[in-house]
Design a binder for this molecule. Structure first.
Ligand SMILES: Nc1nc2c(c(=O)[nH]1)N[C@H]1C(S)=C(S)[C@@H](COP(=O)(O)OP(=O)(O)OC[C@H]3O[C@@H](n4cnc5c(=O)[nH]c(N)nc54)[C@H](O)[C@@H]3O)O[C@H]1N2
Ligand SMILES: Nc1nc2c(c(=O)[nH]1)N[C@H]1C(S)=C(S)[C@@H](COP(=O)(O)OP(=O)(O)OC[C@H]3O[C@@H](n4cnc5c(=O)[nH]c(N)nc54)[C@H](O)[C@@H]3O)O[C@H]1N2
Ligand code: SF4
Ligand SMILES: [Mo]
Length: 768
């Protein structure tokens, strides 16, 4: 697949001032925001809306899922939050006139950046295959036709309802209810490509699908261990928490392939002294450039050091009482650990024993430690063992379920965790059957539904016929994206509910609808007046959010209203499914959420605007282990690497796909990866200089990348430029979503099917 080039010339927009050259935050982040002001014309109220971002009764940032503190700063947002907000407040319009002027074939030649930059969607559209354009359609006609087509499916299980983690809890609950009332739970979500490794495996290990930490833990911990999470780009306000922790003496150790700026040093844009005098806070006291998939080996080494320390000071290092009373599998785990040699550890981690011992000393010196991780751990074939090992390390010293300790996966989309909490998921446990029966008289499906990878397999095999998408850009986000794009037009029906145009909308099914919705910043007025929506953050706190911007057009409807109308048009009459009433008053939906999930959402409406959000609770935090054994589970290290197919042959490299701070997933704001000192084209391959010399490659040379997995499919992307970069040997890096055609659909985490976006074997082929 040949990449599309942007229709404009990417420029250098982010001159860092000299004193924060090497730090994240600071003036650099402010110029990043200014650049978005230049790119999209935004409503004059933009600054006022930003001033209330992430504050009670303001808008909750629609970008990442980081926590919103009870006592916010004056400006409680980061560069990315501002970008996402301004991008949504865009005054440009992709309206009926826009669509009349461009065929989908033409729009397919546009860059992702330019598609979204065409502005907010304003009118419901239906694809006209005769002219290859989208044409306006009335809402009533659209709802009726979609409803009829969903009803006409031979089996409701031929429908798939995808959700990206944006939409609020209210719309998400109705979506999950709609699917089950229709008779399926094919509810894949963006987390299937993200933290599904967490949802499935943490549940097995410690009995909770989410992290155990709250903000208070970060105020008490003595050490934080980071594995494969890029705070500076992906959850920037978390840097303030880390800075405060470092300043009170907490020690931070990071394992990452790339020397990511935010985790090295940080200039606080809220701190006048740091901004003007320019002393940046060192975040990671130790930073180790581990090899891809090398975290199992690293943690095996750390665990060995813990055992050595225990041998020197028996009874003083391990938390014996905790291991005895609260865990199972310890002996088997230690037995497996003992078969691993330091040679294996050094080879697979790329670090020396001395380095790992030095890091272990920090772990041993901490009474309370926290383990943090992100996609560097989850997006691997053996991501399950990455998480198993991190749990092992923490459990050895009782570092879960005590204040100041815990395991903390940093989640992505602003409401990705919450959508799962209110039923978006393929399992019956996501929306309890007894509640569905009692509240609505619905007999829900028992058969497990399809996750993202299984839905794609179903689509390739012709079992999946209709796809509804609540946000997102599935065709760009999925693995094997070129192969999936070829299969997509075989769908009988596609329905996309979206704010902005993206590549997925350009590949409709035989019947294709594009329905414009309000974003979170937009005012949402229904029959009973202005409505709030709500979301859950990475640390399991739930908040209300009220939009106040003028909607992009009179026809644009809220996500809640669109889903309710689709459900009403599809389902048989049932007086207990009060779609219209619920649309008129979202408080009623929150009451239903309380009734369906009484443990997590008691008095939901009363607590909607509690400063800092309300905590939904976490059993592992209380040492209530809801696992099969009723105990926290140690996991024997039966493998030494998280890679599925370690590179064989001299020319095979492990590909990791990265995101820049100038993108939010498939939304490309611009072409500057300021934090990594890269700018201009995104069609680049990063590789270290020794590997360049070994493979006979030169800076700027163009190469094709070909997947080195032999499953009968050729996967190739063409014309990517070589760029020297500080990476461990044996690996190359490039950007998501440009490189997604290379990742095979079947190459995924073993238990959860999370694609192995961080560990795909590929060959570089020089092109003339
Ligand atoms: N600006 C911005 N913010 C975002 C997003 C965005 O696209 N842009 N996306 C949001 C979403 S949906 C998500 S899920 C999160 C993702 O946020 P993160 O979890 O931080 O995910 P990535 O940036 O994909 O990769 C994380 C890091 O893993 C490292 N890494 C790769 N392989 C390995 C490995 O084998 N071991 C170790 N130790 N490290 C490795 C990479 O160098 C990278 O720094 O961010 C959210 N926030
Ligand atoms: N190679 C590779 N692939 C990856 C990853 C990787 O690290 N490497 N990361 C994976 C991860 S972590 C994730 S989460 C997925 C993300 O996959 P998705 O969630 O599917 O993708 P996004 O890019 O977040 O979706 C962007 C689109 O959402 C729509 N949108 C924005 N705001 C709203 C809103 O308020 N409402 C509605 N209805 N629509 C809205 C807009 O139309 C926009 O174009 O990608 C995955 N893919
Ligand atoms: S850290 Fe995340 S939630 Fe907070 S303002 Fe930045 S992007 Fe938004
Ligand atoms: Mo994600």
């Amino acid at each position: 697949m040949r990449p599309t080039t942007p229709s404009h010339t990417p420029t250098d927009q982010d001159p860092d001032t000299p004193y924060d050259k090497d730090a994240a935050g600071g003036w650099g982040s402010l110029t990043g925001v200014a650049h978005i002001f230049g790119e999209v014309s935004t409503q004059t109220r933009a600054l006022e809306i930003l001033a209330h971002l992430n504050k009670p009764k303001g808008v909750m940032c629609s970008s990442c899922a980081w926590a919103k503190p009870a006592k916010p700063h004056k400006a409680e947002f980061c560069e990315n939050g501002a970008k996402a907000t301004l991008w949504e407040l865009d005054e440009g319009r992709a309206d009926a006139e826009f669509f009349a002027a461009h065929t989908l074939s033409e729009l397919k030649t546009w860059h992702d950046h330019d598609l979204e930059k065409s502005g907010r969607l304003t009118t419901p559209m239906r694809y006209d295959p005769a002219y290859d354009i989208y044409r306006p359609v009335g809402w009533d006609e659209a709802f009726a036709d979609i409803g009829n087509r969903l009803k006409a499916l031979a089996d409701p299980k031929e429908a798939v309802f995808y959700a990206s983690g944006h939409a609020g809890l209210e719309a998400s609950y109705l979506y999950a209810l709609f699917a089950r009332a229709m008779g399926h739970q094919n509810l894949p979500q963006s987390s299937n490509m993200c933290h599904e490794t967490t949802s499935v495996n943490l549940k097995t290990f410690i009995g909770t699908p989410v992290g155990t930490c709250t903000l208070e833990d970060f105020e008490e911990c003595d050490a934080i261990f980071f594995f494969g999470q890029n705070t500076g780009s992906n959850s920037p306000r978390f840097l303030h928490v880390l800075k405060d922790a470092v300043e009170r003496g907490c020690r931070i150790v990071t394992f990452n392939l790339v020397r990511e700026r935010g985790l090295l040093k940080f200039v606080d844009p809220q701190n006048v002294a740091q901004m003007t005098i320019g002393s940046a806070t060192t975040i990671s006291e130790k930073y180790y450039q581990v090899r891809p998939g090398g975290d199992i080996a690293v943690i095996a080494g750390l665990m060995k050091c813990v055992l050595d320390a225990e041998a020197s000071a028996p009874g003083r290092v391990l938390d014996h009482a905790f291991i005895e009373n609260e865990t199972s599998g310890y002996e088997e785990t230690i037995a497996a650990l003992e078969t691993i040699t330091w040679d294996d550890i050094e080879t697979h981690s790329g670090l020396t024993r001395a380095m790992i011992t030095e890091a272990a000393e920090i772990y041993l010196g901490a009474d309370k430690a926290i383990g943090i991780y992100g996609m560097g751990m989850t997006q691997h074939v053996n991501g399950w063992l990455n998480l198993g090992m991190l749990c092992n390390l923490l459990l050895m010293r009782g570092n879960i379920g005590r204040p100041g300790t815990g395991i903390s996966p940093v989640r992505g989309h602003s409401n990705v965790q919450g959508q799962r909490t209110v039923g978006i998921g393929e399992k019956s446990s996501h929306m309890p059957a007894d509640k569905l029966r009692a509240l609505f008289g619905i007999e829900p499906p028992e058969e497990e539904g399809l996750n993202a990878v299984h839905a794609c397999e179903g689509l390739l095999e012709g079992r999946v016929k209709a796809l509804v998408s609540l946000g997102g850009n599935l065709l760009r986000a999925l693995p094997d994206s070129a192969r999936m794009e070829a299969a997509w037009p075989g769908l009988e029906l596609t329905v996309s509910i979206a704010t902005k145009l993206n590549r997925s909308h350009l590949v409709p099914g035989k019947v294709g609808y594009l329905l414009p919705c309000l974003g979170r910043t937009d005012e949402d007025i229904q029959e009973t007046g202005p409505q709030a929506v709500s979301m859950e953050d990475s640390l399991s706190h739930i908040y209300g959010s009220i939009g106040s911007a003028k909607p992009p057009g009179p026809e644009v409807k809220s996500e809640t209203a669109i889903i309710a109308a689709l459900a009403k048009a599809t389902l048989p009459e049932n007086p207990r499914l009060k779609w219209e009433e619920w649309t008129g008053n979202y408080d009623l939906i929150r009451d239903l959420i309380s009734e369906t999930y009484p443990d997590k959402f008691p008095r939901f409406n009363d607590r909607l605007f509690q400063p800092g959000g309300f905590f939904k609770g976490n059993p592992a935090r209380e040492r209530d282990w809801q696992t099969e054994t009723g105990k926290a589970q140690f996991t024997p290290p039966t493998l030494i690497s998280a890679l599925g197919e370690p590179p064989t042959g001299k020319d095979v490299m492990t590909l990791i796909t990265l995101r820049s701070n100038d993108q939010f997933n498939t939304t490309i704001y611009g072409f500057s990866d300021r934090m990594r000192g890269l700018k201009g084209s995104r069609e680049i391959v990063l590789i270290n200089r020794d590997e360049m010399a070994r493979l006979g490659l030169e800076e700027g040379q163009k190469v094709d990348l070909v997947t080195a997995i032999d499953d009968g499919v050729t996967r190739r992307v063409e014309g990517f430029k070589i760029r020297a970069y500080d990476l461990p040997p044996g690996c190359i890096a490039g950007y998501y979503p440009e490189l997604n055609p290379l990742v095979p659909l079947g190459y995924h985490e073993k238990n959860s099917q999370t694609p192995a976006y961080k560990g795909t074997p590929v060959r570089l082929v020089s092109t003339p």
